[in-house]
Design a binder for this molecule. Structure first.
Ligand code: MF3
Ligand code: CO
Length: 250
């Protein structure tokens, strides 16, 4: 398969999916609190998607069982919602959400503090990861390369003393959840596929407070840090346009 560029009309459709993903995440953010389980978030997301007329993108994808991925503390990505995982004061939770509307996908993630008692180090981890996402987005311009995006993310993260995950990457997105190209959160400027008008990228830095190493739990999905340090994840879908990067998931 090769990289599929989207027409203006297709990008408009992806904007609709993107807006719905945003609405779901904005709603979930208000529900996060000590005592809430990750399955409570899952149920709320399923309900909200139904209300907004969107189908979940993740449920059934390679047999993934839920509409959300909810990854707490040292979990990096692909945490499976569970009634047993009850959020507590001082935790952080990454919520990753995807929908499909009229055949086009939207995918976005946020990491939120469960309450105001997170440590200053964790607060910095969240701020740096979100800012790194915007450093990457800024590079999603005609004539730049995928390597420019990854390098911008990596440089910013490492300058702040954290590390980027290597084993999981961003991706093209459109009529499928995962399209070419892969969009690593590391790289070298000028390397990788060149960005062209109509490409849509899901840029999604996963940033570890400690070492970059990852491992996957026995549930076959949940990726955690090898050193047990916390990890954060933010994601937007971004179209490459003549006018510059256009964020579809906001
Ligand atoms: N945002 C994640 C990704 O792009 C979510 C995929 S979860 C899965 O890989 F269950 F759908 F695989
Ligand atoms: Co994604």
């Amino acid at each position: 398969m090769s990289i599929v560029c989207k027409s203006a009309a297709e990008i408009e459709k992806m904007r609709r999916s993107g807006r719905i993903v945003r609405a779901v995440l904005d709603h979930l953010r208000t529900l996060v609190a000590p005592g809430v389980s990750t399955m409570d978030l899952e149920r709320a997301a399923e309900q909200k998607m139904k209300e907004l007329g969107a189908k979940p993108a993740f449920k059934g994808y390679y047999d993934y069982p839920c509409v959300l991925c909810t990854s707490v503390n040292e979990e990096i990505v692909h945490g499976i919602p569970s009634d047993k995982r009850v959020l507590k004061a001082g935790d952080i939770v990454s919520i990753d959400c995807g929908v499909v509307v009229d055949g086009y996908y939207g995918d976005s993630a946020i990491t939120v503090p469960v309450d105001g008692s997170i440590t200053p180090e964790l607060k910095k981890l969240l701020d740096v990861t979100e800012a790194a996402l915007y450093k990457g987005i800024e590079q999603a311009r005609l004539g730049n390369t995928v390597g420019d995006v990854g390098a911008a993310v990596q440089e910013y993260v490492e300058a702040n003393g954290f590390s980027v995950v290597r084993e999981f990457v961003g991706h093209g997105i459109g009529t499928r959840l995962h399209e070419e190209p892969q969009v690593p959160n590391f790289g070298s400027r000028g390397h990788g596929p060149r960005l062209r008008e109509g490409m849509v990228l899901a840029i999604e830095p996963m940033v570890n407070a400690g070492k970059p190493g990852t491992r996957v739990l026995d549930d076959k999905w949940t990726a955690v840090t090898v050193d047990g340090a916390c990890s954060a994840h933010f994601e937007h879908c971004v179209a490459v346009t003549k006018e510059g990067p256009l964020i579809l998931t906001q």
